[in-house]
Design a protein around this ligand. Structure first.
Ligand code: TPP
Ligand code: SF4
Ligand code: MG
Length: 339
């Protein structure tokens, strides 16, 4: 059974639910609140993240979903995999939908129109909807510390739903429908991926919890969602989600590709709680020097979106990844140092 502890003060709907971590896979609840009935691609790790977040949060939860694959493929004509209440919101409005819902619930409870109880409010957005278009609404939501809410950004590194256009979260050199390699210009997308989680953490000192996850590491993802919901106030999680269609690989490799993103050091796993940084899992081992990073080509060359890469492109990605771990002020996290 899903265990939900009583809040600090019974009946105090302003306290968050307290969801203890699951210490290993055997302790994870069996109940599913995101089930069959969706039309995401086979091997879609963003759908896997939806399943994990619903399981972690439990039945007393409302999910708000910004436009994107996780809206369109999950709500096809009268079908939905969501067992908990779910509502669509505009592409850039995950932050405002979360604040509005939390405020609305609080008002209804205060006026006695709803039973008083803590209800999880989770807004889900893609990288296009979160790291690009909805950044200001997320920033505003994180300033409203009186509300308990979690914004979870699933990052498939493109505007996937509209056929894989480049986003601010797309990696260097990637082949998308807006950046196809040509004979004259092999590399069309020359920007580096936006470093969203540290930007959110550094810019919102009252936001008590910011974390990164990869959906292929299920227990870590479940527990970070549970931690974010338990700590209260507005919180933020950035998840990397392999996407067989956009990243162009056989769906059966989703798990391996997610793991390789961490093992090569391209995607560091950490949490920042009350302004203290803690690295997680394999990233912790990399940061402590206990484990060597795998070369980035083991990750890049598994995906068709990088099939046009030449040695020099791989060398550049490797050099930037080395720099991230060896020269950044906070390795893997903060990209600048004191001059
Ligand atoms: C204001 C607005 N502009 C454009 C669109 C068209 N649109 C729908 S989904 C989408 C892609 C969203 O990308 P992302 O947030 O990364 O989610 P993903 O599709 O990758 O899951 C776009 C551009 C829209 N719905 N609303
Ligand atoms: S395009 Fe990518 S994110 Fe969208 S449903 Fe398919 S695998 Fe999932
Ligand atoms: Mg996307």
């Amino acid at each position: 059974m899903q265990e939900t502890k009583e809040p600090a003060t019974a009946g105090d709907f302003t306290s968050p639910q307290v969801l203890d971590p699951w210490t290993g896979i055997r302790k994870v609840a069996h109940e599913e609140y995101y089930t069959s009935g969706h039309r995401t691609c086979q091997g879609c790790e963003s759908a896997q993240l939806m399943r994990l977040l619903a399981k972690a949060a439990g039945p007393r939860t409302i999910v708000l979903g910004a436009t994107g694959c996780m809206y369109v493929a999950n709500t096809t004509y009268y079908t939905t995999p969501w067992v908990v209440p779910w509502m669509h919101t505009q592409l850039g409005s995950a932050g405002s939908a979360a604040t509005g819902t939390a405020a609305g619930l609080r008002a209804l409870m205060r006026k006695g129109k709803m039973e008083k109880e803590p209800i999880n409010v989770i807004a889900v957005c893609g990288d296009g909807g979160g790291a690009d278009m909805g950044l200001s609404a997320i920033s505003a939501a994180l300033q409203h510390t009186q509300y308990n809410l979690l914004i979870l950004m699933y990052d498939n590194e493109s505007y996937a739903n509209t056929d894989i256009q480049v986003s601010g979260s797309s990696p260097y050199g990637v082949n998308t429908s807006f950046s196809p390699p040509g004979k004259l210009h092999r590399i069309m997308h020359k920007q580096w991926k936006k470093n969203t989680a540290p930007m959110i953490a550094a810019g919102h000192p009252d936001c008590r919890y910011v974390a990164t996850v990869v959906s292929t590491n299920a227990v870590d993802t479940l527990n970070k969602v549970r931690r974010a919901l338990s700590i209260g106030g507005p919180t933020f999680i950035h998840s990397l989600n392999p996407c067989p269609k956009g990243w162009d690989y056989d769906p059966k490799y989703s798990h391996e590709i997610g793991e390789l993103a961490v093992e090569t050091g391209i995607w560091p796993l950490y949490e920042i709680e009350d302004r203290k940084l803690k690295m997680y899992g394999k990233s912790q081992h990399i940061a402590s020097g206990a484990v060597k990073r795998k070369p980035v080509n083991e990750y890049l060359l598994r995906q068709g979106r990088f099939a046009h890469f030449k040695e020099e492109d791989i060398a550049l990605v490797q050099a930037r990844t080395d720099e991230m771990w060896e020269q950044w002020a906070l390795p893997g996290v903060i990209a600048f140092a004191k001059a």
